[in-house]
Write a protein that binds this ligand. Structure first.
Ligand code: VAH
Length: 318
């Protein structure tokens, strides 16, 4: 019997992954949770602050949870505004997930890491799976620590915890929250509303990215891979594509020739410059057959189509 708890189910990734897991395993087997109740949620939703050990343990026991997807964290840009609080939230919630999972013999745990674990010293092109991790953000530092704690709990207690170093995730389902790659989501909203987009990164800032559908599929494929195939117990590099704001603009202008962008780099430019431009994800391809399906133009086309529907619906309602 499978019972999945999703922590951070109202977030950019959590909201889409929850729906996919409901479709796959049945609404009744998915327990969504976040800091605040989601009144419009279809299914079982629990208010949960994952930094509260007792609250997490109570939900796991109450519902007989067999798998946890821990998707709650403070991201890179917001993290720099409150470093110590970011460290506290990101690490305390992970420790609670690790300890509750150990104590309740959890079958599987998913923990998202990020390409933000790499720092300025790493090769920018095809950044290798195994390289010195010297991140420049608190978010990245918390993810490096998290990867090593995940590996420790696997080796010491046999906890089957699996992880992916996500690149910038792009989806139409929700507005982003506090990341450095968020420009690549905001830009589509502006394009569909025929507004000029003000980009907080320089035009040539190439970053590794992935479309939401590929992200969700990769996550589920990793979690469903046979245990013996998993050779990386820190976190798997993963990428769908790499592009700069300039390249994304050109892709959008194939649909909206009049679309305009202006560049006003802010503090997030320095964060972006410390990250890879492209990622070597050969370990994921070898261990669990990872292969991206969306390139930049396929992503642009679907993002614009979906956001046109969203804004047309909103216009009709108002
Ligand atoms: C961020 N979207 O910008 C996240 C992600 C690689 C970027 O970790 O912080």
């Amino acid at each position: 019997m499978i019972k999945i708890l999703i922590i951070g189910a109202s977030g950019q990734l959590g909201s889409v992954l929850t729906q996919k897991l409901q479709e796959k395993y049945g609404v009744e087997n998915i327990i969504a949770s976040d800091l605040r109740m989601n009144p419009s949620f279809n299914g079982c939703f629990e208010v949960l602050d994952a930094t509260d050990f007792d609250a997490l343990k109570e939900i796991v026991i109450k519902f007989g949870i067999t798998q946890i997807y821990h998707l709650a964290a403070i991201l890179s840009a917001n993290g720099e505004k409150a470093p110590l609080s970011t460290w506290d939230i990101n690490m305390k919630s992970l420790f609670n997930v690790l300890e509750v999972s150990r104590l309740t013999n959890m079958e599987k745990v998913f923990f998202p890491s990020s390409i933000a674990v790499y720092g300025n010293d790493a090769p920018k092109i095809q950044t290798p799976q195994d390289y010195v991790l010297a991140p420049s953000t608190v978010y990245g530092i918390s993810k490096v620590a998290g990867e090593n704690w995940a590996k420790y709990y696997y080796e010491k207690y046999g906890l089957d915890i699996r992880s992916i170093r996500y690149p910038g995730v792009i989806g139409h389902q929700s507005l982003p929250g506090g990341g450095t790659t968020d420009y690549a989501i905001d830009i589509f909203h502006k394009a569909v509303k025929n507004e000029v987009f003000e980009c907080f990164l320089e035009s040539t800032s190439v970053l590794p990215m992935i479309y939401m559908d590929d992200t969700i599929r990769a996550t589920i494929e990793l979690m469903e891979a046979p245990k013996e195939n998993i050779t990386v117990r820190t976190s798997y590099n993963l990428s769908g594509m790499s592009f700069s704001p300039e390249e994304l603009t050109k892709s959008i202008q194939k649909i909206y020739p009049e679309f305009k962008i202006v560049y006003k780099p802010d503090f997030r430019q320095k964060i972006a410059e410390s990250w890879p431009s492209s990622i070597d994800d050969s370990a994921a391809r070898a261990d669990w057959n990872w292969k991206p399906q969306f390139d930049i133009d396929a992503m642009t086309s679907i993002m614009i189509e979906e956001l046109k529907l969203k804004y047309t619906a909103e216009l009709n309602i108002n």
